[in-house]
Design a protein around this ligand. Sequence first.
Ligand code: C5P
Length: 224
Amino acid sequence: MKQLVIAIDGYSSCGKSTTAKAVAAALHYAYVDTGAMYRAVTLHLLEHQIPFDDLGRVEAALHELTISFRRNRRTGRNEVFLNGVNREDDIRQMVISNSVSEVSVIVMVRHAMVAQQQRMGRRRGVVMDGRDIGTTVFPDAEVKVFMTADVVVRAQRRQVELAGNGEQVALDDIIENLRKRDHLDSTRAESPLRRAADAVLLDTTHLVIDEQVDFVLERVSAAL
Ligand code: C5P
């Protein structure tokens, strides 16, 4: 059967990853969480105390770090490995969310991540979620979905997710973080968060996961 690229872009915490993972599982496709890659770079820079504006050190860091994904057989989760070490839980913390959009604005970081993402999807048969998949990473993706949702609903979902990871964060702090990231992500010069002209809009404010997944799978059927 024809192997597609499915691009799921949109604002922070709209349910992109949850939807993308379920779609990938239903189709037996690979899943790539591109946000996890920017989070991993951020974690590396913070841990090595590399200032984000020290481009020489950022460039050296990009050469020395490797980011990969492995499926956890017990949980079925796709987890991110930084230099061979599982850092899945660490990259989800608020300290990373608070800095990641300042790192993802750096042009050389974007070029390195986009190149790796294009390599990961070169055989197609992949669901990729992020901010610039349908516009920059795979402008030729056969299915493009752009997700949005009310910011309070998004923050509530994120709060539950963080609590599941053992972190209690006030709703207002999460709302502020989402607004700040959306603004930085949408206004950066290099591959900003933007709906591709041919992406279909999906507002998840009043939807449950199954409805979101069905919506994408219907688009897939239409594209096959
Ligand atoms: O998807 P997630 O919320 O984990 O992404 C974290 C951050 O990574 C985003 O706020 C954005 O700054 C950056 N990102 C990006 N391009 C992507 C995916 C994520 O700039 N394709």
